[in-house]
Write a new protein. Sequence first.
Length: 353
Amino acid sequence: MEKVKVAVIGCGTIANNEHIPAYMANQDAEIKYFCDILKERAETAVKKYGCGKAVKDYHNILNDPELEAVSICTPNHIHASIAIDFLRAGKNVLCEKPAARTYSEVLEMQNAQHQTGKILNIGVVNRFNTGVNIIKKMIENGDLGELYHVCISFRAHRSIPGLGGAFTTKSIAGGGALIDWGVHFLDIVMYCSGDPQPKTVSGQTYCKLGRDMKNYSYLNMWAGPPTYSGTYDVDDFVTAMIRTEGPSITLNGAWAQNIGVDEMYIDFLGDKAGIRLQYGDGFKIYSAQNGALIESTPKFNVVNQFQNEIDSFLACIKTGEKLPSHIDTAIITAKIIQAIYDSSDNGEEISFK
């Protein structure tokens, strides 16, 4: 069969670490274009991977009839415009998370997908994670009984990325810790609990520890070094309470906090059993039987979730299968994140009726 010709839009970290290697490992894919506004990064990719053509402006490849699919690995503020342009050009799209900066932008992306009928998947990669899928099946099978509440914690001591750069500039990123880390944690909960619609959302975000950039103390900085002449106007701490048509959800998240303990977990609380998932790792099950409290740690083979995501994207182009990462499901998380920001800005609970 003829290979699916792909373009990678944005040749930064996520592209080089995950998307490009996954396409290279799939025998049904051929990367035809590497595109980046810094053309030297695209040229470096061509040399490194021994394939494709370097392009600076993605508009120049929109109408290539051979091109079937694109991965969008750019900063958040151009996710929507690039995705919509490629959808309207008849291409299938995998867009990295978050789908966009705001819920309104995500709605525009969804509308374009519905109008064109092409595929638009969002890079909520944990939906392709082995452990997450096991937990989802356990919940569906009733192993936890009634799932009534979920606790989320994604808190780090000092982990603000690229201080003063794109990650900490609201006009580019759309937000901070919530939209960067929280999107993954919330999406896991949505996925495992059956993508329930939100009913009410109350949240508060804080922009505190990174504001005085020159006096921000840290040991290391991903996406760094700092740009002290840049901008810091995003949340470094968030707390929220969400009522859904399924379980209630509480979350506490921080890029930076004055507590020197990192916590990256999700607690699924059922009336028969509970699960603590350590993000990016395994999970434990807690239950009671015959008067005894039981703790168990499942063991399982783990597949590469990014490879699974890319393989599934390429397969669904041929089969038409609607993946769990389709815009129609991923949009629920965007709706909740927007509501948390709106609740914080307005100082009141957001209700969906």
